[in-house]
Design a protein around this ligand. Structure first.
Ligand code: TXA
Ligand code: MG
Length: 330
């Protein structure tokens, strides 16, 4: 650090990353939720490169990351009062707002749809990178499509070598699961993906705001295939269990070594060849460690991963959605 508080190493890294983005390249960026695979949102070829690197279906739209409200307003047809109130209260932060897109946003970003998802991440180096680059960045989670999201730079480097995708390393992600996606094109507003911010918190913070939850069920697939089906999956099959007896039953039928990820705050110990991992008791702590735990379990090469399911409640909704999709088979 210099006397002015600037870190010359970081300054150089930010300049290089901005240059790489200007040349149409992809850069992995830290955010408070998970690492993202960023590219120039207004450059079609760069956006296509991100779809290609992830192996992502071209009908699944990307989130556009902005440095603030001003940049967001340039990308939408209208900026409703609800968006202003939510952005003032929660940006920078883990809230993605879906609004009608303006003609500036290339169709490839929104999978041809009429809406765009916007988010301002609460991560200083990434905000500085967006400012320095001077425009919005698409950034899906930096994992091959359908896999476990990365919460550290090492997770990203394990997929793409630094020469292919440079990583802006800011250590571990504070929140650990993805942002809440809120559709503001309808009334009441609809949560399309649960995240760190729950419906209650959103509604309480903005007087008069009505929010409904709409991520489950067949209708959720409409226009956004990213919302249903398997996702966040480790390599080994994963099953959920509600009781210690169910965990025992699954171990008995696994036909090989099992890794048990214990229910929140309730360690379950198993003997060799099986292994167990313990998890924090609170939803925020659990969310922060979830993806790293799935990776750790997978790295042990088990026949099966069994996860002790947290109890159904609003505070656990985002974690439960990730676990259910990690356990989904089709
Ligand atoms: O926390 C996050 O949001 C992370 C970090 C990197 O910012 N990003 C992230 O992006 O999770 P991704 O691509 O992994 O997930 C984006 C989700 C998908 O479920 C996608 O279908 C949905 O947002 N989405 C994107 N644009 C949309 C739109 N216009 N309408 C409805 N859903 C949209
Ligand atoms: Mg993702």
């Amino acid at each position: 650090m210099t006397a002015s508080g600037r870190d010359p190493g970081l300054e150089d890294e930010l300049d290089r990353a901005a240059e790489h983005l200007r040349a149409g390249g992809a850069v992995a960026i830290p955010t408070e939720t998970v690492y993202g695979l960023a590219a120039d949102a207004l450059n079609r070829a760069a956006v296509r490169r991100v779809f290609g690197l992830k192996g992502r279906r071209s009908d699944n739209p990307l989130i556009v990351h902005v440095s603030g409200i001003g940049m967001a307003r340039d990308l939408v047809l209208a900026w409703p009062d609800r968006a202003q109130a939510l952005a003032e209260r929660f940006w920078p932060g883990p809230l993605t707002l879906v609004l009608e897109r303006s003609g500036r946003v290339p169709e490839v970003v929104t999978a041809g749809g009429p809406t765009v998802a916007l988010r301002c991440p609460a991560c200083a180096p990434t905000l500085e990178l967006i400012r320095r680059f001077g425009g919005p960045l698409v950034a899906p989670s930096a994992n091959p499509s359908g896999g476990v999201s990365p919460t550290s730079a090492e997770h990203v480097r394990g997929v793409w070598p630094e020469g292919e995708v440079p990583v802006l390393d800011a250590g571990l992600c504070e929140i650990g699961i993805e942002s809440t996606v809120l559709d503001l094109t309808v009334s009441p507003a609809r949560i399309l993906r649960p995240g760190a911010l729950g419906a209650g918190e959103l509604a309480l913070a903005v007087p008069g705001l009505e929010v409904v939850e709409a991520w489950a069920g067949a209708s959720a697939a409409e226009g956004s295939p990213g919302r249903v089906g398997p996702h966040y999956r480790p390599g080994a099959p994963l099953r959920l269990a509600r009781t210690v007896a169910e965990i025992g039953g699954l171990i008995g039928r696994a036909g090989g070594a099992v890794v048990v990820i214990s229910p929140p705050g309730a360690p379950v110990t198993v003997g060799p060849p099986h292994r167990h991992l313990t998890m924090p008791a609170d939803p925020a702590g659990y969310a922060r460690e979830l993806y790293a735990a799935l990776r750790e379990a997978d790295a042990l090469g088990p026949a099966l991963i069994v996860v002790g399911e947290p109890r159904e409640s609003p505070e656990w909704a985002a974690v439960l959605e990730r676990l259910r999709r990690a356990a989904a088979t089709d």
